[in-house]
Design a protein around this ligand. Structure first.
Ligand code: MG
Length: 307
């Protein structure tokens, strides 16, 4: 079993994206700085997208510039197209996240293209990358689609067959977009990927906790051999397909889980919980997770006991 897990903090992108109230550039930079100080080396800090479509990321250039030189920091930015990838690289990005869906309907609604058009776009993008650029390829609806229900393992593998060879060193993230996957399916799909694509360097899992299965699914991915887990501080990021429901699995919950199993994540949970409390308090934020409140309650209890 793997004894070291890398948690990729996606809150400043996946979480902030679902907050309609504008978050000031200074607040974003402060939160990213403190998440990094809590031990999170890799953080998805925003998206290069249309500023009118997603005003929350209108300041992505500035956020990238202010954070990219933190010592040992690996900032990721999301890019939906090859043209946005060029923009991100011109702004100094060195780690890009490209996303496409297994499901035709989800890809159309997310990026207004068919999955095969997105495959071609990804192919164009990787051809024009400067040599040191790192890529995370996120596969949305890898398990389940909000429109079409469960995605078969064969359907996801058929899409991956078209992608893996385009850039074998890319890290591939399988995303449970709806939060409806169950641990058996997580383990089965990752095991099938490890078996089929031995040349792909690494795999990641992006879990949602919408139905309370987030940590169970993360554990299943780890058991299958996955060592990179996406999570969002304070569980930020509501679920657009289940309004009012919680979204991403909370970083502090994932760190707590692995710490309890004696597996190194590099995260200082006490520090992280302090940042997560600020994240949960952002106006318009939909927060999730359990550990933040549990530790806050425990700390209160300790204070009352000793005073
Ligand atoms: Mg998410």
């Amino acid at each position: 079993m793997i004894k070291k897990i890398e948690i990729v903090e996606v809150g400043p992108r996946d979480g902030f994206q679902s907050i309609a109230t504008p978050i000031s550039t200074a607040t974003k930079i402060g939160l990213i700085k403190d998440l990094h100080a809590a031990g999170l080396q890799r953080i998805e800090i925003g998206s290069f997208v249309s500023k009118s479509a997603v005003p929350q990321f209108a300041d992505i250039d500035e956020v990238l510039k202010a954070t990219r030189d933190f010592p040992g920091f690996d900032p990721q930015v999301l890019v939906p197209t090859a043209r946005r990838a060029e923009e991100a690289i011109a702004a100094g990005a060195q780690h890009l996240v490209f996303v496409l869906s297994v499901s035709e309907r989800h890809n159309q609604s997310n990026v207004r293209r068919s999955p095969s058009e997105s495959v071609a776009e990804y192919g164009r993008m990787v051809k024009q990358l400067p040599s040191m650029t790192k890529i995370r390829l996120n596969i949305a609806t890898a398990f389940d689609c909000p429109y079409d229900g469960q995605m078969s393992i064969e359907a996801t593998l058929a899409l991956l067959d078209q992608l893996v060879d385009l850039m074998p060193e890319a890290e591939i993230g399988l995303c449970d977009t709806t939060g409806r996957v169950t641990p058996d399916h997580v383990e089965k799909l990752f095991s099938a990927c490890f078996e089929r694509y031995r040349q792909a360097t690494s795999w990641a899992f992006h879990a949602h906790d919408t139905y309370g299965l987030g940590l169970k699914n993360v554990t299943a991915a780890w058991r299958a051999g996955v060592s990179v887990i996406d999570a969002s501080f304070a569980g930020l990021g509501g679920c657009p397909f289940a309004p009012g429901a919680t979204g991403n699995v909370a970083t502090e919950d994932v760190a707590w889980l692995f710490q309890g199993m004696g597996i190194d994540t590099g995260v200082n949970i006490e520090k992280l919980v302090g940042v997560a409390q600020r994240g949960a308090a952002l106006p318009g934020a939909q927060s999730g997770g359990r550990v933040r409140d549990a530790l806050a309650a425990r700390n209160r209890l300790t204070l009352e006991t000793i005073t």
